[in-house]
Every structure is written in structure tokens, then in C-alpha cells.
Design a protein. Structure first.
Length: 99
């Protein structure tokens, strides 16, 4: 006989949550403006996320400020020094695209 649980799982072992990807939902709508800006940008750019990275960064910063996710260095989330240099050379300043 097997000592495992239903469907072969181990009984008595506590599940370990993933390090990233799970964080509290924004039930109080603290970052709704940033979320809506990002989603509108995606919609208007044909869902090309590269065009909206500045808004993605802004949304993540809001979540960290409001304790909706763990505070991390933005470089760990893909927004390092290379990102800042690319953004300024592409004509993006202060979260807007210059035309």
C-alpha cells in the first residue's frame, strides 16, 4: 500500500507558495488608474506590450507603494538600467511617448 494521499499526493506536507506570481488583489482599487492606463495602452497598441512598458513599471511601483506586493528593485522585474536607457532613446519621457 502507498503512504501517499489522494491521487498519489503526500499527506502531511504543507504546500509552499510560489515566490512570484501570487500577490493580493487590489480590492480597494488603489492602483486602478495605473491599471486602466496600462490596459488602454495595450488595447490601442494592438496588444504590443513593449509599447506600454513604462505604464507597466508605473503599475508595479504603485502596487509596491500600496503594499499590494513585496517591494523589489525594479531591475529584478525587468526594468534595469538598460530599460531606462532604451526608454529615453526611444523618445519616452516621464511615462509619455513624444511624437
Amino acid at each position: 500500500m502507498s503512504a501517499g494521499g489522494a491521487f498519489g499526493g503526500n499527506r502531511g506536507l504543507r504546500p509552499v507558495p510560489p515566490e512570484k506570481g501570487v500577490f493580493p488583489l487590489d480590492h480597494m482599487h488603489l492602483c486602478d488608474l495605473e491599471k486602466k492606463e496600462y490596459l488602454n495602452c495595450l488595447k490601442s497598441s494592438g496588444h504590443k506590450s513593449d509599447n506600454c512598458r513604462h505604464l507597466s513599471k508605473k503599475y508595479l511601483e504603485c502596487r509596491m507603494e500600496k503594499n499590494l506586493m513585496a517591494k523589489q528593485d525594479m531591475s529584478e522585474l525587468g526594468f534595469g538600467k538598460n530599460y531606462d536607457a532604451e526608454a529615453s532613446s526611444d523618445g519616452m519621457t516621464n511615462g509619455t511617448i513624444e511624437k
